[in-house]
Design a protein around this ligand. Structure first.
Ligand code: SIN
Length: 283
């Protein structure tokens, strides 16, 4: 589409666009509606010049819809809808979000959007990769599409936040405050192919962090199919990469993307503030 009030520069062949020419703290309705349209068109938007404070980040998030629920990870005491995605310079372990996933897909109504605003970024490294789950679906063979049609996959937070999850086994894995619990062991299912409620396009909706098996199959039976879908959906031609600047803000659509926070900046700090918008039940 033609944008009149914002500049939209595609980042890669499949998805992602950089947006320039807007002040997110003073956004008119037309500029907001063009940003919303750009997000539907490109799935991931990056604003290089978005030095928002926490109130402004919340206000901008609310333009897209109400906040999502954030279980298991502590929010900021004075901003209960923002989490600090943090890895300090002297931490040598894992980073938050460092494997391909779609945010909180273990929820009945997973977040539609996530917004991530940089506070401290490494000199180099700490990029976020995104994968286009529309293109991944479109590129499947007709045979695979037919096999997946109407099938569901089981999702759970248990490997991350359950009683046997990695944060229970090792509470010092990160300095972020994580609260693993029995609720983390719960399971529910979503369609493997979901239809985006706004664009009407079909997208693959499985990820290696929260999807545990195909409904009605054992783990062992599911694994080869899921492993194929994970490898297929993150092929380089379906991805883009956000290189963070210190005032950067990214927004992504969890209904048609996965993302991966690259953990390649040991010895340097990275701090981001993250909000989500409530989504609907995947169908
Ligand atoms: C996340 O998975 O939400 C965090 C992504 C990032 O820190 O780049």
């Amino acid at each position: 589409m033609a944008y009149e009030t914002i500049e939209v520069r595609p980042m890669a062949g499949a998805l992602g666009a950089e947006i320039a020419g807007v002040d997110l703290t003073n956004l008119g309705n037309q500029a907001f509606s063009e940003i919303h349209q750009a997000l539907l068109d490109h799935q991931v938007l990056y604003f290089g010049d978005a030095p928002l404070d926490d109130d402004q980040l919340e206000a901008f998030t609310l333009r897209f819809g109400p906040f999502g629920d954030t279980p298991f990870v502590a929010c900021m005491p004075d901003h209960p809808n923002i989490i600090e995605v943090r890895k300090d310079a002297d931490e040598s372990g894992i980073n938050f979000g460092g494997r391909w996933h779609s945010d909180f897909s273990f929820q009945e109504t997973p977040p539609s959007l996530t917004l991530l605003n940089a506070r401290t970024v490494p000199e180099a490294g700490g990029d976020t990769l995104y994968a286009d789950m529309y293109s991944a679906y479109d590129a499947l063979s007709d045979g695979m599409k037919t096999m997946l049609e109407g099938r569901r996959a089981v999702h759970s937070a248990r490997r991350s936040y359950g009683t046997g999850g990695r944060f229970t086994a090792n509470p010092n894995l990160t300095r972020m405050t994580v609260h693993p619990s029995k609720e983390g062991d719960a399971e529910l299912s979503h369609p493997i192919v979901r239809t985006h409620p706004e664009t009407g396009r079909k997208a693959l909706y499985v990820n290696a962090v929260y999807t545990v098996r195909l409904e009605g199959m054992t783990d062992a039976e599911s694994a080869p199919i899921l492993d194929y879908l994970y490898a297929h959906s993150t092929r380089p031609e379906f991805t883009c990469r956000v290189r963070w600047g210190e005032h950067g803000l990214a927004i992504w659509d969890n209904r048609c993307t996965q993302h991966y926070a690259v953990n390649d900046y040991h010895g340097q700090a990275r701090l981001m503030h993250r909000t989500t918008c409530a989504g609907t039940k995947p169908v």
